[in-house]
Design a protein around this ligand. Structure first.
Ligand SMILES: Nc1ncnc2c1ncn2[C@@H]1O[C@H](COP(=O)(O)OP(=O)(O)OP(=O)(O)O)[C@@H](O)[C@H]1O
Ligand SMILES: [Mg+2]
Length: 210
């Protein structure tokens, strides 16, 4: 089976990082070993990308304009794709990414109200036909997102956004996934055990079909 690029998406605290671990363990059970798997995160995953992540998350940068935010996301993404993801895929490694391009469409398109027209144009010019093979979208309501963030405590610039911001972001996720059958919705309001079971079952079935 050819190596794949799998991404995980969702609102803050939807369980993305936990899902990355579950996916890696499921791949291990399927016979794909850790030396053939890399995990990346967005924004970040490269020296320049991590610096850009700090700019995005720093609460002192309250007034970054939305278009600047979008461009920073794409700058970090290009760094990651060109320097890490594509080279890994080219040598046969599996790549699991904690967030990817769909986050920009949902957060900047929906949350920041920039819409999809400009983002899709930018996406096409910058990323071309580079897409993940499979995306898991962990769906939680904006309400649950805020409740989990309250438990977390100190929040970054994005995490401190409003209920309406996260509602708009979720609505965009839901709108986009309806039109793309490479994105699988997992109900992440369920218990972690249920989420794990859903992820594993789907991934096993998908792997068998590859
Ligand atoms: N299905 C779930 N039910 C209850 N709590 C959950 C569930 N999934 C994750 N959590 C909890 O929510 C918190 C965030 O989980 P996790 O770090 O995996 O999410 P994340 O999407 O990666 O968050 P972040 O946006 O901070 O990167 C953790 O404390 C985790 O245990
Ligand atoms: Mg995380």
């Amino acid at each position: 089976m050819k190596n794949k690029f799998i991404t995980i998406e969702g609102l803050e605290s939807s369980g993305k990082t936990t899902a990355c671990d579950i996916i890696v363990k499921t791949l291990n059970e399927y016979g794909i070993h850790n030396e053939n798997i890399i995990i990346t995160r967005e924004p970040g995953g490269t020296p320049v990308g991590e610096s850009l992540r700090n700019i995005i998350k720093d609460r002192n940068n309250e007034h970054i304009s939305y278009k600047t935010e979008l461009l920073i996301m794409y700058a970090a993404r290009v760094e990651l794709i060109e320097n890490v993801i594509k080279p890994a895929l080219n040598i046969g490694q599996w790549v699991i990414s904690d967030r990817h391009d769909l986050s920009s469409q949902a957060y900047q398109g929906g949350g920041r109200c920039l819409g999809l027209k400009m983002i899709n144009k930018l996406r096409g010019m910058i990323l071309g036909s580079f897409y993940p093979d499979l995306t898991f979208y962990l769906d939680i309501t904006a309400d649950i997102c805020l409740k989990r963030l309250q438990i977390k405590g100190k929040l970054d610039r994005i995490e401190q956004e409003s209920l309406h911001f996260f509602e708009r972001t979720r609505n965009y996720y839901l709108k986009i996934i309806k039109q793309d059958n490479s994105i699988v919705l997992i109900d992440a309001t369920q218990s972690l055990d249920k989420v794990r079971e859903n992820l594993k079952n789907f991934l096993f079935d998908w792997l068998k079909k590859q």
